[in-house]
Design a protein around this ligand. Structure first.
Ligand SMILES: [Cu+2]
Length: 295
């Protein structure tokens, strides 16, 4: 990872620099928690890169804010009417003007140098063998998601609807506003390529733990990819205001080990219900996963 030294320095300073950075580094739960203000833990290598970029930006922002505030305070105290009754009347200072132009440019160049490669990496999947790629089509709809599994001839497709609040069963690890009837499922350790579109209005498929978000635009195909080695359950929500039930089309993503994923897909192709039963069997959430189920 680039800037490893800087990142360590950033993490060391995080405690001094703010509660947000501190909690972000120490967050333990993969679901939103009451009062939580940090990030959910990163689940992909790219998400970790995004986090270290965030930490670097936080340092820069904090430095600039402190510097500008100190300048303002200094001006207010040293150059007010009482302390400085006869002001000087010059209007140019070449050195200062060069500095306040060049330094912000250098800071912006550094930020661009860090952010453009990340943007590119998030957008373009690495060149890997076809056997390493899993293609899933994602459609946003008013107001649920549809997932279509390839390859090619759409072997499996289904809709994913929210479980209504009055049907939520916390003993099964279901979480109000986040759990769905048929979760999206993807294998761990593979490159999962999503092609995302919409059949009505603009939605947005967002997965905080992967630091991914892309609009689902009718008539247009967007692409995302991710690769995580951690099986588990991940939650996201539609992140583009899409109508009356925008708040009721969450994303539940289950990452399974590759062999279990294949079995799940096979079972689901025959019967969605069997697939769901298999999912609950190999990846039971249990009440322990209950972090944010409070009403
Ligand atoms: Cu939506």
């Amino acid at each position: 990872m680039r800037f490893r030294g800087l990142k360590h320095w950033v993490l060391t300073c995080a405690g001094m620099l703010g509660l947000a950075a501190l909690i972000g580094a120490g967050a333990a739960f993969a679901v939103p928690v009451p009062g939580g203000i940090g990030f959910q833990p990163a689940a992909t290598d790219l998400a970790k890169e995004v986090d270290s970029f965030h930490d670097e930006i936080l340092i820069i922002i904090t430095g600039i804010t402190i510097f500008v505030t100190a300048l303002l305070v200094w001006v207010m105290i040293r150059y007010n009417k009482r302390a400085n009754p006869v002001p000087k009347k010059f209007s140019h200072n070449t050195l200062v003007e060069i500095l306040w132009t060049a330094l912000p440019v250098l800071i912006l160049v550094f930020i661009a140098y860090r952010s453009f490669p990340l943007l590119y990496e998030e957008d373009v999947m690495p060149n890997v063998e076809d056997s390493q790629i899993v293609d899933i089509k994602v459609y946003g709809r008013q107001w649920f998601w549809s997932y279509i599994y390839g390859p090619g001839d759409d072997a499996l497709s289904y809709d994913s609807n929210i479980i209504p609040a009055d049907l939520i069963d916390p003993s099964k690890g279901q979480i109000r506003q986040l759990s769905v009837d048929n979760p999206m499922v993807a294998p761990a350790g593979k490159y999962v390529r999503l092609t995302i579109s919409s059949s009505d209005v603009i939605h947005s498929w967002a997965m905080p733990q992967f630091r991914l978000k892309v609009d689902a635009v009718p008539g247009r195909i967007n692409q995302l990819w991710f690769k995580t080695d951690k099986p588990g359950v991940y939650y996201g929500q539609c992140s583009e205001l899409c109508g009356a039930r925008h708040a009721y089309m969450p994303i539940e993503l289950r990452i399974l080990p590759d062999d279990q994923y294949e079995i799940w897909k096979q079972k689901s192709t025959t019967s969605l219900k069997d697939g769901r039963a298999y999912l609950d069997q190999v990846q039971p959430l249990g009440p322990a996963a209950q972090v944010a189920s409070a009403k």
